[in-house]
Design a protein around this ligand. Structure first.
Ligand code: GDP
Ligand code: IMO
Ligand code: MG
Length: 429
């Protein structure tokens, strides 16, 4: 048996979808444990292109079982669309996808509340999928879970209660009568469609672990979007970090063998909030266009900047990464010199650790180390030895800065464009 948690080490969009799809070949189960349809995980293979939002990327590997566990917030309408879309592209979903009855739901009023907050002063640039309001309800103990959704009377009672409580805010932007109608009638339409998928995923997972199955936990978002350890309040409302995989899937920490961090060879961020190494110049634009840095969920252009060693060291620490998958190294080819942030300067001090203060996060000035760029065609290289010497030097420099070994290097979107450095890596497909 082997279990591995895969987590983004920056602000999301590190290329987790590709890595999960690649490693998923060896797994029996792939589990989403947090987040919702704010995620957009791109998988490219055999000239096909998919973006997964709520369903684990492992669904694209034939015969694997996929769990949407209790820590996820689930939008029933968009889930149905995702299932139907996958089926229309020839992917078998029934009998392979299991949804936790303990998972909380995103309902139409959560999306209105998200939009309302985003229209005001406190805007943080969310995906407007209702994620924050749904998690607020969960922690505020007024949330509605999949198990409640499956009981029409319980569901109606809880919806009425929620609408009454939220009426003062909601009536500013929507007719309450229309919203009530929309929420109840959509639920009635979706209940029988979703029923076959709904079960206790913690039980399924525990049984799988007892049988010695291989399990991958697919983190969504990234460490710097974590509600505890990210750039608060410019974060998502869940814990993407590895420690949350157990809570979010209903198993104990003793079941976890490995934690893999996925890290981009430079940095990107969508939405508002601090980003010390952000570039507002031609290099930033170049990274955006060469790296096709546009949101997989919202299509927004991603902000781009140099690799931030302070950020990733923080991620290595709070996740306990055993090893790293470095993605998009190909995008840096030809950029000369390359800069890597090794520390911050703030208030006359040099910081090696990511600061908690929101003012320090905003005002920190990166201290850069300049490295010579690498040149020549790197796309298609699948052996580490064949990388240009300066590319290898960049990789070694990042390892020292992060304090974790790079086991896998992604050199393109497709699963074939990958270098495995560690021959003993258990999850090598
Ligand atoms: P995720 O949210 O972490 O799964 O990442 P996204 O799918 O949102 O964004 C990553 C983007 O980079 C996608 O368009 C991937 O197809 C692409 N990608 C992943 N790995 C590589 C790579 O090594 N090189 C290049 N050029 N693109 C990559
Ligand atoms: P994947 O899984 C990048 C960002 C939003 C916003 C903040 C809060 O594809 O890496 P939310 O809608 O969650 O309340 O928005 O978090 N965000 C992401 N950024 N990748 C993601 O997911 C993201 N999911 C949310 O842009 O800044
Ligand atoms: Mg993404």
């Amino acid at each position: 048996m082997a279990t591995m948690i895969v987590v983004g080490a920056q602000w999301g969009d590190e290329g987790k979808g590709k890595i999960i799809h690649l490693l998923g070949k060896r797994a029996d189960y792939i589990v989403r444990y947090q987040g919702g349809n704010n995620a957009g995980h791109t998988v490219v293979f055999d000239n096909k292109h998919f973006v997964l939002h709520q369903i684990p990327s492992g669904i694209l590997q034939p015969a694997k079982k996929c769990l949407i566990a209790n820590g996820v917030v689930l939008d029933p309408t968009s889930l149905r669309e995702e299932i139907t879309f996958l089926e229309s592209r020839g992917i078998r979903v029934r009998g392979r996808l299991f949804i936790s009855e303990w998972a909380h739901l995103i309902l139409p009023y959560h999306k209105y509340l998200d939009a309302l907050r985003e229209s005001g002063e406190g805007k943080i640039g969310t995906t407007k999928r209702g994620i924050g309001p749904a998690y607020s309800d969960k922690v505020g103990r007024v949330g509605i879970r999949m198990a409640d959704f499956m009981e029409p009377q319980t569901f109606q009672r809880l919806v009425e209660k929620n609408l009454e409580e939220k009426a003062p805010l909601l009536k500013q932007i929507v007719s309450l009568k229309k919203l009530r109608q929309e929420t109840l009638s959509t639920a009635n339409r979706l209940r029988s469609f979703l029923a076959p998928f709904v079960t206790d995923t913690s039980l399924i997972l525990t049984e799988a672990l007892h049988k010695g199955k291989d399990v991958l936990f697919e983190g969504a978002q990234g460490t710097l979007l974590d509600v505890d350890y990210g750039t608060y309040p410019y974060v998502t409302s869940s814990n993407p970090i590895a420690g949350a995989a157990c809570v979010g899937s209903g198993i104990g920490p003793s079941a976890i063998d490995e934690v893999l961090g996925v890290v981009k060879a430079y940095t990107t961020r969508v939405g508002d909030g601090p980003f010390p190494t952000e570039l507002h110049d031609k290099t930033g634009e170049f990274l955006r266009s060469r790296g096709q840095e546009f949101g997989a969920t919202t299509g927004r252009p991603r902000r781009c900047g140099w690799f931030d060693g302070v950020v990733v060291r923080h991620a290595v620490r709070v996740n306990g990464f055993c090893r790293m998958a470095l993605t998009k190294l190909d995008v840096l080819e030809g950029i000369d010199p390359i800069r890597v942030c090794v520390a911050y300067r703030y208030a006359g001090k040099t910081l090696r650790h990511f600061p908690a203060s929101r003012v320090a996060q905003e005002k920190s000035v990166p201290v850069y180390k300049e490295l010579p760029g690498f040149h020549g065609p790197v796309k298609g290289i699948t052996r580490y030895e064949n990388l240009p010497l300066l590319a290898k030097k960049y990789v070694s420099f990042l390892e020292r800065e992060m304090g974790a070994p790079i086991t896998l290097i992604s050199m393109g979107r497709s699963r074939d464009e990958t270098i495995f450095r560690d021959k003993k890596f258990r999850w090598r497909p």
